[in-house]
Design a binder for this molecule. Structure first.
Ligand code: DI6
Ligand code: FE
Length: 408
């Protein structure tokens, strides 16, 4: 042990701790290098005998670092005009069919160099970090050519290498199957072949992504096409996940589960068979209430059924230029409570422990427990639920990543 964080109220989110939030009062968090080495009561002999660095948490609530397990935070351009059109009554689907929506972000993203794209993305990742995000998933999907998808993933990788001053881990995901690019209009299967035969192998070779995502939807890719993509992903050693049942039910969650996917995301139109398949496969449900809110959707994901079936519930921002244009995981957690009926404890678990599962990082992150990476946050709050409800101010007092403290 080389550093003790004393006088802490540890919201561990460790399922072995039965108190709400896994809360342990009056604790010492011991760090050795980049790992959590122990959790002790204040009067433990290990604490009394310790002669190294000590930080007094002064009774602050300490949580695991927040994990935003679903974002599209690298993009060019703006979709403000799309938003105006949607507010005036034009649907997301209609805008997409007119060549707007995702394809308008594709045009703007293709036009930017890697350096310009990095510059455009920096304020977004900074905003997430400032409110406590220590690990963020970033998808490609606004390039839709081999070169432009690789460009987006290289930007994601560079954003993750901005440590030590930013200190955020990036989990990159290939989402080449986000929309059918204009040059493949009417030839979607040919584009799927390009994804399977060229883009996935290139990304795997350069280790530019950990997982492959798809938009399985009436306005995007069919389950048969997504099945081909998942098969290619797994053959290249990549994990799979999917945007499924967001606007309609295509049985995408069953497909993701069949491939042992990390997560099925959105899920507004999920049916009972989808819930059962996810429960059986251990696939995480990633709830994205920001997109539900911005699309003024009225169909909610079947949260009660997912909970009853024991499907892990994660919460993410879905930060993207179209359907969820805000860089705040705290706001997404708040929406998960107000709009979807999660408890604040479930929302926080969804942005820590369950989000880690959705990124294949459950062994290393997501709870305060011995052996986990020492990513944790000190919050100036009297109750953990304040992290989720007290929006507009930032109660984050300190941020520790891999054992190293930075400014909040
Ligand atoms: N569903 C979403 O909510 C995002 N992608 C997706 O497949 C939206 C992306 C966008 O509109 O730019
Ligand atoms: Fe998304």
């Amino acid at each position: 042990m080389d550093h003790l964080w004393v006088n802490a109220r540890l919201a561990t989110f460790d399922p072995r701790v039965s108190a709400p939030y896994g809360l342990l009062e009056g604790q010492v968090l011991a760090v050795e290098g980049a790992r959590i080495a122990g959790l002790f009561p204040m009067d433990a002999p290990e604490v009394r005998a310790f002669r190294g660095d000590v930080t007094d948490c002064a009774g602050k609530v300490v949580t695991p670092g927040l994990i935003d397990c679903h974002t599209h935070l690298v993009w060019g351009g703006t979709r403000a005009a799309d938003w105006e059109a949607r507010l005036a009554g034009v649907s997301y689907t209609e805008i997409a069919k007119r060549g707007g929506g995702i394809l308008s972000s594709v045009r703007a993203t293709r036009a930017l160099s890697e350096a310009e794209l990095l510059k455009a993305s920096l304020p977004r990742i900074h905003a997430l970090a400032e409110e406590g995000v220590t690990c963020v998933e970033i998808k490609s999907g606004y390039g839709l050519t081999l070169e432009d998808e690789l460009k987006m993933l290289r930007v994601a990788r560079r954003l993750g290498a901005l440590a030590p001053h930013l200190c955020i881990e990036v989990a990159p995901t290939l989402l080449a199957a986000h929309a059918i690019p204009p040059e493949f209009a009417g030839r979607a299967d040919d584009y799927v072949s390009l994804i399977c035969d060229a883009i996935i192998p290139a990304v795997a070779l350069e280790r530019l992504a950990e997982a492959v995502d798809v938009f399985c939807e009436s306005i995007a890719f069919t389950p048969v096409q997504c099945d081909r993509i998942f098969t290619a992903a797994r053959a290249s050693g990549l994990a799979v996940k999917g945007h499924v049942e967001q606007l309609t039910n295509s049985h995408g969650a069953e497909l993701v589960s069949k491939h042992g996917g990390w997560s099925a995301d959105h899920l507004e139109y999920l049916d009972d068979a989808g819930v059962a398949a996810m429960a059986k496969a251990g696939t995480v449900a990633v709830l994205l209430p920001g997109a539900y809110y911005f699309l003024r959707e009225t169909q909610k994901p079947p949260v009660a059924k997912l909970r009853a079936a024991g499907v892990p519930l994660a919460v993410a921002s879905d930060l993207n230029p179209g359907t969820s244009p805000f860089a705040s995981l705290r706001l997404a957690m708040n929406m998960a409570c107000v709009l979807y009926g999660l408890t604040p404890e479930e929302a926080l678990a969804g942005a820590t422990r369950e989000a880690a599962k959705a990124l294949g990082r459950a062994e290393r992150m997501g709870t305060l427990a011995v052996g986990k990476q020492a990513d944790f946050l000190l919050w100036d709050v009297a109750h953990p639920a304040e992290i989720v409800c007290a929006l507009g101010t930032n109660p984050l007092a300190a941020r520790v990543v891999k054992g190293r403290a930075g400014d909040a």
